[in-house]
Ligand binder design. Structure first.
Ligand code: BEZ
Length: 210
C-alpha cells in the first residue's frame, strides 16, 4: 500500500530496542520521524543512525520523536548499537524497530521490488501530532540521507502550520517567507513585517517572529 501526504500514518505494534511499542501510543501527540534503512552492520546505515543519535536533541527541541526500522531482528539491532555510538559519537538514543516478518515495512511500502532484495530502502515519513503524514522521502540504498534537510522540513512545516505562509526554494529558518495567496496584501502588511509584492501572486514577508 502506498502512503500519500495527508493520510493517517498506519498504526502498528512492534518489537524495538526499547521494548514493544504501539506506534500511535508511543508518539502520543508528538511529531515523529519514522525512517527505514536496509540492514544492520552496513556502512551507510551506521553513519545515518549515528548522525540521528548525535542530533536527536534537535529533534526533541521541535517536539519530534525519531524511530528507525529495518528487517533485522532486535538482537542484531542491540549488537550493532555500540558501532553506531563509535561512528557517530553518541549512544543510540532512539528505538530501532525489528521487522523480520516485514509487517511494518509492508504497511509503509518500504520494500521496493526493483531495488535488489527484500530489505527496506531508505524511506522517511514525517508524521504530525494528529498522526497525519506530512512528508515522504525515498532514497536509494547507496545514498545516505541529509538529516539537516529533515530538520529543515520540520521547521518549515511547523512554521506554515502556525502562520498563513509558505517557504520558498532553499529556505532556511530566519529567511523571508511567502504570504499565503489567500491573504490580501493589505492584511499581510498588518500581520507581517516587510511585506513586498514581487508579483501579484508572490508577496514576501520577513520571518514571522511569534
Ligand atoms: C549501506 O548501509 O552501506 C548499504 C546497505 C545496503 C545496500 C547498500 C549500502
Amino acid at each position: 500500500m502506498s502512503i500519500h501526504l495527508g493520510d493517517e500514518a498506519p498504526d502498528f505494534t512492534a518489537e524495538t530496542t526499547e521494548g514493544s511499542i504501539d506506534f500511535h501510543r508511543w508518539k502520543a501527540g508528538k511529531w515523529a520521524v519514522l525512517f527505514s534503512h536496509p540492514a544492520d552492520y552496513t556502512p551507510v546505515c551506521t553513519t545515518e543512525l549515528g548522525r540521528t543519535a548525535t542530533i536527536n536533541s534537535e529533534f526533541e527541541k521541535r517536539d519530534v520523536k525519531t524511530i528507525a526500522v529495518s528487517v533485522d531482528p532486535v538482537e542484531d539491532h542491540r549488537g550493532w548499537a555500540p558501532d553506531i555510538r563509535d561512528v557517530g559519537g553518541t549512544d543510540l538514543n532512539f528505538p530501532i524497530i525489528a521487522d523480520p516478518d516485514r509487517r511494518v515495512s509492508a504497511l509503509y511500502d518500504m520494500i521496493h521490488a526493483g531495488e535488489g532484495d527484500t530489505s527496506t530502502v531508505r524511506s522517511v515519513f514525517i508524521i504530525d501530532p494528529q498522526n497525519k503524514v506530512r512528508l515522504t522521502l525515498t532514497y536509494p540504498k547507496s545514498v545516505g540521507r541529509n538529516f539537516d534537510e529533515i530538520l529543515r522540513v520540520i521547521d518549515a512545516l511547523q512554521l506554515t502550520d502556525a502562520h498563513p505562509v509558505s517557504t520558498p526554494a532553499d529556505w532556511t529558518p530566519g529567511d523571508q517567507v511567502i504570504v499565503s495567496p489567500a491573504m490580501a496584501t493589505d492584511e499581510a502588511r498588518q500581520r507581517f513585517e516587510q511585506v513586498e509584492e514581487a508579483k501579484p501572486y508572490l508577496r514576501w514577508a520577513a520571518y514571522p517572529q511569534s
